[in-house]
Design a protein around this ligand. Structure first.
Ligand SMILES: [Zn+2]
Ligand SMILES: [Zn+2]
Length: 236
């Protein structure tokens, strides 16, 4: 394939930006001459090699256009939020609740980078389940902020969005993927709504009592997720 967004390392070797990033996810060395690229990675500034881009465009315009189309098709595929969505297998997450992550595995570095590049800023979170690789239900997480560390690891601040059910499992470049459907709560009315309200009240009171208790577990939750949210007017 033609280079796409070629970048040149301090050792003088040229790679597609994405190909180089994927190599650097594993080790901070030039994939060709093995020279250390620790400082280059730390600077995080992969500027395209404009001269090479111009030469490619002047010499192989059709192939360059084809390569760009291929890239756009890949981006469109990666942007889909119901089929083949990326799944981070790590922890239990909930809608509206913050979920801070320390991303160090190469496959998850790639996943997070793709979420940024496509602009979806979303991926699914599921807990591990023996025999299935991950659970049947999970929660979409939205990336709020990313702090990239000098060695390429990152601290990712996310918040839970919609819950989903897994319909089909798959893989992409080392990480898990899934076809999903979003869960919608069944709305109730009349007597059932009354019952739901009572349940909501008593659960909220229990949670409140737990938070006010001040033991180690409740202090940890407070530290991680902040204070108990206010009660919402519309409980459905
Ligand atoms: Zn490449
Ligand atoms: Zn090199």
């Amino acid at each position: 394939r033609m280079f796409f967004e070629p970048v040149t390392t301090p050792c003088g070797h040229t790679f597609c930006k994405e190909c180089l990033e994927r190599c650097l996810d594993h080790r901070p060395n030039c994939p060709l001459c093995k020279q250390s690229l620790r400082e280059y990675l730390k600077a995080g500034n992969y500027s395209p090699t404009v001269l090479l881009q111009d030469i490619m465009l002047a010499t192989f315009p059709a192939q360059v256009a084809e390569r760009r189309e291929l890239h756009q098709a890949e981006m469109a595929e990666l942007s889909n939020l119901t089929s083949n969505i990326p799944i981070f297998v790590c922890t239990m997450s909930f809608p509206g609740i913050a979920c801070p992550l320390h991303v160090f595995e190469p496959r998850y570095r790639l996943m997070i980078r793709r979420c940024q590049e496509t602009g979806t800023r979303r991926f699914g979170m599921c807990i591990y389940e023996n025999g299935k690789s991950f659970a049947d239900y999970g929660c979409m997480l939205e990336i709020r902020q990313i702090e990239v560390l000098a060695d390429g690891r990152s601290l990712v601040d996310t918040i839970g969005r919609r819950r989903f059910r897994v319909l089909r499992r798959g893989h992409r470049d080392g990480y898990n993927t899934a076809d999903i459907e979003y869960l919608e709560d069944k709305k109730v009315a009349g007597e059932e709504l009354q019952e739901l309200r009572c349940l909501h009240e008593s659960t909220y009171r229990l949670a409140q009592r737990f938070c006010e208790h001040g033991d180690l577990a409740s202090r940890h939750i407070l530290m991680q997720h902040g204070p108990l949210p206010e009660k919402e007017e519309d409980i459905q």
